[in-house]
Design a binder for this molecule. Sequence first.
Ligand code: PLP
Length: 390
Amino acid sequence: MSMSNKKFETQAVRTQIERTEFKEHSNPLYLTSSFVFEDAEDMRASFAEEIDRNIYSRFTNPNTTEFVDKICQMEGAESGYAFATGMAAVFSTFAALLNAGDHIVSSRSVFGSTHTLFTKFLPKWNIETSYFKVNEMERIESLIQPNTKILYAESPTNPAVDILDLEVLGKIAKKHNLILIIDNCFATPYLQNPIAFGADLVIHSATKLIDGQGRVLGGVTVGKADLIREIYLFSRNTGPALSPFNAWVLSKSLETLAVRVDRHCENALKVAEFLESHSQVQLVKYPFLKSHAQYDIAKKQMKQGGNIVAFEIKGGVAAGRDFLNRLKLLSLSANLGDTRSIATHPASTTHSKLSEADRLEAGISDGLVRISVGLEHVDDIISDLNQALG
Ligand SMILES: Cc1ncc(COP(=O)(O)O)c(C=O)c1O
């Protein structure tokens, strides 16, 4: 049955690869590294891509195909490829599409490892990156050079929860013939579809809300078929593929994405409103709070605000650390988008190696705390935050 005319939730539950002779209801796990051929001619034709079939699980596997098919439907993408981690997706996408000497224009507020890729590793191939701050979109065009190939951004950003106008980015990319790549990790395909605003490719760390239960790592890139073809050829030969087991887990997770994310967002909005009313809190950043500087843009491009709330605690680094030490229910952990609520203090942990000036450029003040709001009862989450704030 075609799923193309069905709603998001129905597609997420009902998109399934073909049933086997056993007529299983739920999709089986295909733990196999390779697939067999009928004869020498079948093998030759398969390798020549005259036949569309599974050859080797570094290329494709039924479980990864099902996972990618679902993400493509959710994002409105033509094609995709699944990776072992979100960072494998980010790196392989750049490595497949860029040549030595190409140039990237990127938002300064990108995930730490993506920043490291831009500053430490891509320069080894003479690929340089120019940055714009989230509040200076008008500077983007002045950063574009003749060798610029990619325009890159996240929205909402990690960890400061800033919002970039995807429609503006889409128009700039089109005007200058750039490939627009959006890391859509914080929004999930349920809350935001960058392709509808002009993105050519969308990347997800599936480790976050897509798994949503803190179990497996995964990543995916979806978008225009000709670009995905380049990414596929690069990946099929270099080996960053998602494992069939993790693909099976992630495909199952997608069946409940909508209901889980609805509750995450409901809880996060209540947490954000509570924090905004607290005397120890200076500033709360949540896309669907009216006080968020880019509230109107968030409303335009997102269905709900997501599950990440950032706030500034009065008293800087010391106050941030004390707050974390007093938490009893919330976990101190590097992950986000889990069923369990998580608190992190970027200035003393993930971003402690950056200079204060660099941290501030990325929107990370000394007292900034990031909460990944989970699926515990919201009263219990708020009660823990309240006692930890003192
Ligand atoms: C926005 C964003 N992109 C990419 C990644 C990398 O994903 P992974 O940890 O699955 O490699 C993360 C991880 O936190 C992230 O938050």
